[in-house]
Design a protein around this ligand. Structure first.
Ligand SMILES: Nc1ncnc2c1ncn2[C@@H]1O[C@H](COP(=O)(O)OP(=O)(O)OP(=O)(O)O)[C@@H](O)[C@H]1O
Ligand code: SF4
Ligand SMILES: [Mg+2]
Length: 436
């Protein structure tokens, strides 16, 4: 089956950029919480995609991998034109998708399709499978004859393994299993004969037993239909087998990108290394403790300075972006860890409220409570340093003194790492590309 649709651009050769993204930013405005608004505080922006440049090459499977909240879905949706970019350029087949006239955009849009994570939510419960799969041909005005439409739908269903099609055409989504529903969604995507398929976690909501089969189907379709995939996932284990290249995303940025084989054999970025170590071992006898990066993904509305991975990075050093919030987190984590131990309450009382450390500043100034001294605060910090001298935080501290009754702490100047070539991959990390 080869459904008719817009003619593919023959001039884009295999391996050439099908999608070209340059310095793309997609920010969401967020309203402050109700409490914030009561006190007149404004909402901010979430920098979901924050300066991404990459190509999706014709014929490849590009895996976009990262933890929850890293901006994978937003990047996919921006490429598809479902979310408006704040700045930067997305070109698809050489057309700037934000600036093509509406009519042309519809034609382009036919050629890029999407499969989302939740097949159930992707299908209208009131439409039969035949109606759902045939719908794109109807709304794009590509098939008005009912008989021919049904034949095309049946071909598409059989192509995705829903065979014989007659058994599925008049069923409703609720009659199908999760895997069958996702097959129907894939049939609906390929019926328009796209060149690009954005697959956003297409198997993560399916039973383990059907995941491999759906990925096999996608691999077959890619071959038969000359498709290019942007495959969004947080699962590096499956990405290894499915992807030609991998882009690792963290808080809106690509931190490492390269051939899948190179990334798995020799990961460079500390985040990539941690993600790879965290892949569960299939053989429980050889299972090692999961070693996820420490801490949680920070709030994208107020990302860390410098390298946004620095608060979790075991190798972070001087230029990585140390700031007052890191001191707050260090103290709070210590007190939580040692809760109930002798002397901890006293430390907490000495430092008092840490709100002064909540803004991202490269210096911290703390005033002791009445009757206490900055020298005592300094002594506590020196003790913490002695107890764990390898804690990366201390590499970020440029000056720590008690001056004029205040504790003064200055950090090294923060630098944003940018992607640069290192061996076979590109990586954004000061360990490989020294800051200018
Ligand atoms: N419509 C929206 N309005 C405001 N913020 C949003 C919106 N959609 C996403 N975000 C925020 O943007 C950031 C990136 O979200 P996104 O869904 O793109 O990440 P993701 O990598 O796809 O995550 P997941 O793995 O959980 O699907 C997150 O901080 C998220 O909370
Ligand atoms: S730049 Fe590299 S070393 Fe520094 S925090 Fe980021 S990942 Fe770690
Ligand atoms: Mg997502």
């Amino acid at each position: 089956m080869r459904p008719e649709a817009a003619v593919a651009r023959p001039d884009i050769a295999e391996g050439e950029p099908l999608v070209s993204i340059r310095d793309l930013r997609t920010y969401y405005s967020i309203r402050g919480s109700f409490a914030d608004r009561l006190v007149g505080r404004e909402g901010g922006v979430v920098k979901a995609v924050d300066g991404v440049s990459l190509d999706v090459r014709k014929g490849e499977v590009l895996g976009l991998v990262g933890e929850s909240g890293s901006g994978k879905t937003t990047l996919g949706r921006t490429i598809l034109g479902l979310v408006r970019a704040t700045s930067g350029v997305v070109e698809f087949e050489g057309h700037d998708v934000a600036h093509v006239p509406e009519r042309e955009f519809r034609a382009l849009r036919r050629r890029m399709q999407v499969v989302f994570q939740d097949p159930h939510a992707s299908l209208n419960p009131a439409m039969t499978i035949a109606q759902a799969v045939g719908h794109p041909l109807q709304i794009h005005g590509l098939e008005r004859n009912r008989e021919r439409l049904r034949i095309k739908v049946a071909e598409a269903l059989e192509r995705v393994g829903l065979a014989p099609a007659a058994q599925y055409m008049d069923k409703y989504p609720s009659d199908l299993s999760g895997g069958q529903k996702q097959r129907a969604v894939i049939a609906r995507a390929i019926i328009l004969n796209p060149v690009l398929l954005v697959a956003d976690e297409p198997v993560s909501m399916l039973d383990m037993s059907v995941r491999a089969k759906i990925l096999e189907l996608m691999a077959e379709l890619k071959r038969d239909f000359d498709l290019t995939y942007l495959y969004v996932t947080h699962d590096l284990a499956t990405a290894k087998f499915f992807c030609d290249r991998i882009a690792i995303m963290y808080l809106g940025r690509i931190v490492e990108i390269g051939d899948a084989a190179s990334i798995y054999a020799d990961p460079k970025h500390p985040y990539t290394k941690a993600l790879l170590r965290a892949i569960p071992e299939p053989d429980p006898a050889r299972a090692v403790p999961r070693d996820l990066p420490r801490g949680e993904v920070p709030d994208a509305a107020s990302p860390p300075l410098g390298c946004s991975f620095h608060p979790r990075c075991p190798l972070a050093f001087q230029p990585c972006g140390w700031e007052s919030r890191d001191l707050r987190d260090l103290l709070e984590a210590r007190w939580a860890r040692k809760a109930g131990e002798a002397g901890v309450e006293e430390e907490e009382a000495l430092f008092g409220n840490l709100d002064a450390l909540s803004a991202p500043l490269i210096s911290a100034r703390l005033t002791p409570p009445r009757g206490r001294t900055a020298a005592e605060m300094l002594a506590v910090l020196e003790r913490i340093r002695t107890e764990d001298p390898d804690e990366p935080f201390w590499k970020g501290v440029r000056r720590l003194e008690a001056v004029d009754g205040r504790l003064e702490l200055d950090f090294h100047e923060p630098h944003d790492p940018t992607l640069g070539q290192s061996g076979d991959v590109e990586v954004a990390c000061h360990l490989y590309n020294a800051p200018a």
